[in-house]
Design a protein around this ligand. Structure first.
Ligand SMILES: Nc1ncnc2c1ncn2[C@@H]1O[C@H](COP(=O)(O)OP(=O)(O)OP(=O)(O)O)[C@@H](O)[C@H]1O
Ligand SMILES: [Mg+2]
Length: 464
């Protein structure tokens, strides 16, 4: 979490589904990004997957109860703002949970207004206290990179790695599917490095015709080729003392690969048409979404260059591998759109139903894809304070329908088998319920399950 962000990502835990859903909708309307859990066990799972800002939990839950949950949440995230819902007349419990570290409590039954008030007061109290918490903020900075959103464990680890690597000058190779944020990570790396005051120079190897790429990279002298009427610095020289970002490195020709190899070995090169050797101090970061190792095997990419580039490999996870970040990213893009294009519209949030569809979709184009879908939904819902499922493209809305596994290729970066299995289960259960008009006993029979097992699975899957 960057310190400028509002604390808005909220986990709501209550075993009464109707009550919980109603509160969740109202909180979402207030601009909170809400996820729900119906049991303490599920809540623990969600907490392990994502660093929530706020926890609102009923004290009395079957199994893992509210106090255990509070303990676990606070030990994992000492900064989490916890509000506990207690039963009527149990003042002692309220005092106890406050002592335990809850920021506030509210007794059932209550009006939504009361909860809203309690929550806002808690956030405000926390804000005042946090202004002095300089050290804590520094610690948190280690787990964030400017402009990069993510609070799942894979992203936290990535941020930490980027900070560690930023302190060195080693060459970095960033890999990941399209739209996973490779360029963003390269910039983040530069901005977190001691070179941040110098230039970050990016060059996209696939966007420049191969004949021009060499001169672009190394510069040229007057008369080096037709059209070279003056001496010109290349990107390498421009990046002196800074960072050179070689994007789509997999498309580089063999001849240039050889020249780049020399630069990486000695930091030396000549401008095109010149014999004078130039030395530079550059940090090289390369990125690719092709499998360079395979390209090495097939002879399309130099093996020696691959090892020179791959000193520190950084792999960006696909969005499928960090679904828990989807609501956060969606809200981030909405806030940015609102600020940039329509400040008068106020905060736009995502309905619970739309959020579930977003989280179930596979996002072949990853974060860029999500960004586009959100922008489209934002434009298609003028004046409204919430994005609804109907504002999402067809394929996203119907994301929950499972496809046969044999038709799916195992993604290059692997998969999250549990997610896949859940989606499959969900699809089958929905089909069975549709065929039996929602009769759970008959649906369970169709699937060879006990009725209670089906109900349990349903509860679990609803949260995904
Ligand atoms: N973690 C993130 N937080 C916020 N925005 C992100 C994140 N990751 C990616 N984006 C956004 O998604 C878009 C694509 O990111 P970027 O260009 O860095 O991806 P890429 O991996 O370089 O993609 P490609 O392989 O297609 O070049 C950008 O608009 C970027 O701002
Ligand atoms: Mg890119």
């Amino acid at each position: 979490m960057s310190s400028s962000e509002n604390p808005s990502h909220l986990l709501l835990v209550d075993d009464e589904e109707g009550f919980r859903t109603a509160i969740a909708e109202q909180l979402a309307e207030q601009g909170f990004v809400v996820e729900q859990a119906g049991t303490g066990e599920l809540a623990l799972e969600r907490l392990a997957e994502f660093a929530f800002d706020i926890l609102i939990t009923d004290l009395r839950l079957p199994g893992v109860d509210g106090r255990q949950l509070l303990d676990e949440a606070l030990s994992r995230y000492p900064d989490i703002i916890a509000i506990v819902i207690t039963g009527f007349g149990t003042v002692r419990e309220a005092v106890e949970v406050t002592r335990q570290g809850a920021e506030g409590f509210i007794t059932k039954p209550f009006q939504f207004e009361e909860l809203r008030h309690e929550l806002n007061t808690a956030i405000e109290r926390r804000r005042l206290r946090a202004e002095n918490a300089y050290l804590r903020a520094q610690l948190r900075d280690r787990y964030s990179i400017d402009g990069m959103i993510g609070r799942t464990p894979v992203m936290m680890k990535l941020f930490e790695l980027l900070h560690t690597v930023a302190a060195t000058t080693s060459t970095v190779l960033i890999t990941g599917e399209t739209g996973t944020g490779k360029e963003l990570a390269a910039r983040g790396l530069h901005d977190a490095s001691p070179r941040r005051a110098q230039k970050f120079v990016a060059i996209n190897c696939s966007a420049i015709p191969e004949t021009l790429l060499e001169a672009e990279l190394f510069g040229h002298v007057r008369g080096a080729f037709t059209g070279a009427v003056v001496n010109r610095q290349g990107r390498l020289e421009q990046a002196h003392r800074g960072t050179l970002f070689l994007d789509e490195i997999g498309t580089m020709s063999p001849a240039l690969q050889a020249k780049l190899l020399r630069v990486l070995q000695s930091r030396e090169f000549e401008r095109v048409g010149d014999s004078q050797t130039i030395r530079v101090d550059v940090r090289v970061v390369a990125a690719t979404n092709s499998d360079l190792k395979k390209m090495v095997e097939s002879g399309a990419f130099r093996e020696d260059l691959f090892y020179r580039l791959n000193v520190i490999p950084i792999r960006l996870p696909s969005l499928r591998e960090r679904r828990a970040d989807i609501p956060l990213l969606a809200q981030y893009f909405l806030d940015r759109l609102a600020k940039e294009t329509l400040p008068a519209r106020g905060r736009v949030s995502v309905s619970q139903e739309a959020q579930q569809a977003l989280m179930a979709f596979d996002w072949p184009g990853n974060v860029r894809h999500l960004e586009n879908v959100i922008e489209r939904a934002f434009s298609l819902s003028p004046g409204r304070a919430q994005i609804e499922a109907a504002d999402l493209p067809e394929e996203v809305r119907h994301a929950q329908t499972p496809r046969p596994v044999d038709e799916l290729e195992l993604p290059e970066g692997g998969t999250v088998l549990d997610d896949e299995v859940s989606r499959y289960e969900h699809g089958r259960i929905r089909q069975a319920l549709a065929r039996t008009n929602g009769n759970k006993r008959q649906a369970a029979e169709l699937l060879g399950l006990k009725r209670t097992t089906l109900i349990e699975k349903l509860k679990r899957l609803e949260r995904r």
